[in-house]
Design a protein around this ligand. Structure first.
Ligand code: 8X3
Length: 258
């Protein structure tokens, strides 16, 4: 038996679980898509540029779809036909700029709030019915240690991550009694294109962030998400903070120890 409606155009066996990953074209999103596929999920990968997810989707036997989480119509089109979803990984998001509040760039703030906060809200809202319908749903939201800390020049990002995390944590109350688990993953320094986006493509500046220490890599986070997803339905890994050994807080790390 197969379900045509679960992902239109694909034949997915009824007993195969479906995972949706946003921001799946690179970094933590791409690694998570690979990880979940290796655990047997049919993964639906969403990203703004489909050509980037199509290749990975065909490699892992998943489905690539265009998705801009800041665009209501794009989210509607992405979720159309997804009536049975077991795992939603809210990964799309990021930082732009590192400016004091006094000289902050409102466009950077708007982008951070649109992607991290409202993007997660749009996707979660759209898929809650399908996650409940699965009988064993899981919402993973990739926040950051910036959802737990405040630091100078970081208010645009820390405020967006705090808001995203608070929304996610609120669902622990609102979905209590429903068959949906919630896992917040709060990473510290992970070497992806995170800093490249934050510093508007300045590679030297982005590289300098990680020089002298061993940062996490996307796979480190993906494996933990895979572990959370593989727990039995009654076990909810609620909040997981993952930092490199050399990082104590967002602004305190040790470079070239010894
Ligand atoms: C980013 C966390 O530690 O690189 O989400 O500022 S950190």
């Amino acid at each position: 038996m197969s379900t045509e409606s679960a992902v239109s155009g694909s034949s997915i066996p009824d007993d195969q679980k479906i995972a949706v990953v946003t921001g799946a074209s690179s970094g933590i999103g791409a690694a998570t898509a690979r990880q979940l596929a290796s655990q047997g999920y049919h993964v639906v990968l969403g990203a703004r540029r489909t050509e980037l997810v199509d290749e990975l989707a065909s490699e892992i036997g998943g489905t690539g779809r265009q998705l801009d989480v800041t665009d209501e119509a794009s989210v509607d089109a992405f979720v159309a036909g997804l009536d049975r979803v077991h795992v939603l990984v809210n990964n799309a998001g990021g930082a732009k700029g590192l400016d004091p509040v006094a000289t902050s760039d409102l466009d950077d703030w708007r982008w951070m709030w649109e992607t991290n906060v409202l993007g997660t809200l749009r996707m979660t809202k759209a898929l809650i019915p399908a996650l409940i319908a699965s009988g064993d749903g899981l919402i993973v939201t990739v926040t950051s240690i910036a959802a737990l800390e405040v630091y100078d020049n970081g208010a645009g990002y820390t405020s967006a991550k705090h808001a995203q995390a608070v929304m996610h944590r609120t669902l622990r109350y609102e979905l209590l009694g429903k068959p949906v688990r919630l896992t917040e993953i709060a990473p510290g320094m992970v070497e992806t294109d995170f800093s490249l986006v934050r510093f508007d493509g300045d590679q030297a500046k982005a590289d300098a962030v990680y020089q002298g220490l061993t940062p996490l890599v996307a796979q480190d986070i993906a494996e933990v998400i895979g572990f959370a997803a593989s727990r039995p339905p009654h076990v909810d890994l609620d909040q997981i903070i993952i930092r490199p050994r050399d990082q104590a807080s967002a602004r305190r790390n040790v470079k070239n120890p010894g």
